[in-house]
Ligand binder design. Sequence first.
Ligand code: SF4
Length: 589
Amino acid sequence: MAATHLSSLSSSSTQNPHHLLSSHPSSHSKSFLKPFFSPNLTNPNSFQSLSFTQHKTPFNLSCNNFKKSSSSDFTSESYSDDYLTNSVVQIDLDDDDKLREECGVVGIYGDPEASRLCYLALHALQHRGQEGAGIVTVHENILKSITGVGLVSEVFNESKLNQLPGDSAIGHVRYSTAGSSMLKNVQPFVAGYRFGSVGVAHNGNLVNYRFLRAMLEENGSIFNTSSDTEVVLHLIAISKARPFLLRIVNACEQLEGAYSMVFITEDKLVAVRDPYGFRPLVMGRRSNGAYVFASETCALDLIEATYEREVNPGEVIVVDKEGIQTLCLMPHPEQKACIFEHIYFSQPNSVVFGRSVYKSRREFGEILATEAPVDCDVVIAVPDSGVVAALGYAAKAGVPFEQGLIRSHYVGRTFIEPSQRIRDFGVKLKLAPVKAVLEGKRVVVVDDSIVRGTTSSKIVRLLKEAGAKEVHMRIASPPMVASCYYGVDTPSSEELISNRLSVEEIRKFIGSDSLAFLPFDSLKKLLKEDSSGFCYACFTGKYPVPPPDKEVKVKRVGDFVDDGLNGSLKSIEEGWVQVPREQEAGKVN
Ligand code: SF4
């Protein structure tokens, strides 16, 4: 392989992904790294040293019990979700009729308050996952983990954060299906093996997880979780590449699908984004020089980190005491960023894929007002995700925006179910109509999407019962006809109402007086020259990375493994182009 086929680039530059990739040949990257990858899948011994720290039952840990230099030492604390199954019934309040982002990730390097910053950043990302949270820090060469079921504020308190010293940390918030098996799948995962320990937090889904897992199990791997992330750990563990960074590259080369990941080892923080860039991942700096990685810029804002740039698709960024270095290892023909980050998942105050989410949503509403106008007296939103699009619709239509639905922020994810008969009160518990806004009015109600259609029908009924004369539903996304395999929990295609019914049939089903979706062509027109860089598979069924078996939805799983082989990049042979590290170590406190 010619030396010029690989490049190592300074992260301080703000080069766009296409520029980064232009240095690569058009051939697929797998050939670049082939010389390094030689997983000994036929040698069972290569798996023997892999161990996981996830515990099925809670246990106490001792923070004073640190042992230095033991290659696989780390401590872990997990909190049981048993309470979910005792006397309290988890009810989704119709949230299963919404798409769910499956995770948010954070990485901090070089700040003595790393765990607290991580905690705060996870708060900012709480909308990306409410079922579990965890933080792993490194202190005196030991990885320490605390994970638990629930919101960030429920999992962590002052005492627990005090148990997570160290100046580097990674964190994770997770959405998952409910159930007793959930705790062991809460990330970050930590694993130890022959040369050290590693923690990983992953946002996205791997479409070839089942294939990789079968291959690994065939060769002796034992899995602890049902998460796709765990295969990454095993792939890293069996890689023969040196140094550690190349093990990550080896592993990622075998992954197909969506992954924005942060890894932590005894002395490094590594951020990786898949070649298509499905899920977001950004990098920022704090004033003391600490590096911050996060799924969204809203997390940077909260902890006063300045946004520097996205982690580019196919890029690996490594931070250690020497500074920062980046490698663009996995070229791809075109970015396929998830458009739903702009429609629903991300916070409006975030900048995602280089675009303001607020601005996108406002423009979606303006397009709806232009292309699907209707005589009305008031525009309201289904809070919270429909609000910005509704503002855009109202402004464009010249009709007042009012708060016609109030969302209760105090309804927990679980409550005692009084009886099956009144379970249908779910929507009312979360959304309360304002009669003063609605009575006798022709109402336009703006929502972000329709999944199964059940929530929309309840909302229409709610508005009419509150006195609305007419209800016109406007949806700030195109009809969703296909399931997502890249990290968003969607029902199967058969369950999506737009896959089964026409727009008019859906209108009749939900009972509205009119219904309009954001036209797909208008969405692409709005994105202009960026439009080809987005994934629209849930609107088109055209998957950038085809799932091998579309009938099997992949759920997130476990984590990865570390390798303590932290050699210098200068030792890399086989055609890697060496670019000097930035001398930024001095900036990191
Ligand atoms: S299929 Fe839809 S939700 Fe999934 S990554 Fe593509 S645009 Fe996003």
